[in-house]
Ligand binder design. Structure first.
Ligand code: GDP
Length: 427
């Protein structure tokens, strides 16, 4: 049985917590896209962790954690993350890395940094983790697949060829030092030794695992609206954030993905530039930011304050649809307990017309939010474990979201901890 956990919004929906929770009932957890450019926050008995590259299943003894071929593999970063777990007393997890994964190189990070500086005010708000240059190179066929590290003669020749292209940019566009092919080659040989113990033919491993009836989780990073095709292009990430891509980024048949659990936030937050229709500003935003998540809405990777907004039903309905959502986990509901009234964006006004279907970016840039207000519940709902014990206004708010997004909400998260979860059975 394969289940995907993905985000419906701009990322930071609380996927880490839901994955960690569902990982308990899983045998295998796989990262299938992205890299170390975003982070999941997980709080458990070992402490608080911000995982960037490792799947959220690494805290359980019975699970195997996999980095799929679709991931931007930063090898030193991965090893650093493994060491960090060990230093905090987490037993060494079982980790496998696809031999078809491609390697994120130090020069990708340099290129990302130089390009952000060049674009200055017009930048995309990159985390400078090298993700965009990495995926560009992969599809331009000048990336390094892990398997290529094992043919030295071929590798040496390819490094020369790649450096020739990269150096045109480095020397003439960015006016920086040229890459030295010999150094790049040596780095790759070092990486080979570091990653060797983890390598695996992942799609073959999963083929067998599916045959054996193992419970498999695909763990997405970021959310629908950051998808390069279906998101707010060009303010998107460079790999697909959709559950469908799990089939490719892990190497399994698409029809094996039976459940798509989409994580939805009870309010909105976003990082980086781009249209964000239900965004709020000033004190109203600061209040929500301070109260949000666990200790405030600040990036897990960058520490940047997140942009804040009210729940956007238009964007979330779309976000759930493009994921192929079968059920929704609604998170951070507890955070809204301070409000007398809770605004929800239920439509966009574009050129005088009200629309409820999410448009392409050019139209989105013109959209103004249409808000509807719901009564607040004015109390702390943390600690409640039984759905029926939630205040009426809170249940009404959940029902309203469900009506808007047209997919069942089966899980409600009312706190950052593992135990802060309410199962909502369908009426
Ligand atoms: P991810 O990238 O989707 O995993 O999202 P994050 O790691 O950024 O998670 C968002 C933040 O919200 C983290 O600090 C979590 O600990 C926290 N969090 C998750 N679910 C809840 C919840 O239901 N209530 C509260 N208050 N915080 C939550």
């Amino acid at each position: 049985m394969v289940r995907a956990i993905v985000g419906a919004n701009w990322g930071d929906e609380g996927k880490g917590k839901i994955t960690d929770m569902l990982a308990k009932e899983s045998d295998i957890i796989i990262r299938f896209q992205g890299g170390s450019n975003a982070g999941h926050t997980i709080i458990n008995n070992y402490g608080k962790f911000a995982l960037h590259l490792l799947p959220s299943g690494v805290f359980y003894h019975h699970t195997t954690s996999i980095i799929g071929n679709g991931v931007a593999l930063n090898i030193p970063y991965l090893l650093k993350e493994i060491k960090e777990l060990e230093s905090k007393g987490v037993p060494t997890p079982k980790i496998l890395v696809s031999d078809r994964a491609q390697i994120l190189m130090p020069y990708h990070i340099l290129q990302d940094t130089y390009e952000e500086a060049r674009l200055a005010g017009k930048s995309f708000g990159s985390t400078k983790s090298g993700i965009a240059p990495f995926y560009s190179d992969k599809y331009a066929k000048i990336g390094f697949q892990v398997s290529e590290l094992f043919d030295e003669a071929y590798l040496k020749e390819k490094v020369e060829r790649v450096c020739e292209i990269k150096n045109v940019l480095f020397e003439h566009l960015y006016h920086k030092e040229a890459l030295k092919p010999e150094e790049v080659f040596q780095t790759l040989l070092e990486y080979r030794e570091m990653i060797k113990p983890y390598l695996c033919d992942v799609s073959l491993y999963l083929y067998q695992a599916i045959k054996d009836g193992k419970r498999i989780l695909l763990e997405g990073q970021l959310g629908s609206l950051k998808d390069p095709d279906h998101g707010i292009y060009p303010m998107v990430t460079s790999s697909s954030t959709l559950a469908a891509y799990g089939a490719i980024g892990a190497g399994i048949p698409p029809y094996e993905i039976k459940n798509i659990t989409t994580v939805v936030k009870a309010y909105s937050s976003a990082v980086g530039a781009g249209a964000f229709v239900s965004e709020i500003f000033g004190e109203e935003a600061e209040e929500l930011r301070k109260r949000g998540g666990d200790g405030g809405e600040y990036g897990a990777t960058t520490g940047r304050p997140r942009r804040m907004g009210w729940f956007d039903a238009v964007a979330t309905k779309y976000g759930c649809r493009v994921q192929g959502t079968t059920e929704v986990a609604l998170t951070v509901l507890d955070v809204l307990g301070y409000l007398d009234e809770i605004p929800m964006c239920v439509g966009y006004e574009i050129d005088g017309k009200i629309v409820t279907d999410f448009p392409t970016t050019v139209w989105l840039e013109k959209a103004k939010p249409v808000f509807k207000k719901y009564p607040g519940w004015k109390c702390d709902i943390r600690g409640i474990r039984n759905y029926d014990e939630l205040p009426k206004e809170c249940k009404d708010y959940i029902d309203a979201i469900e009506r808007e997004i047209e997919v069942p909400i089966t899980l409600v998260s009312n706190g950052p901890g593992r135990e802060d979860i309410i199962i909502r059975t369908q009426k």
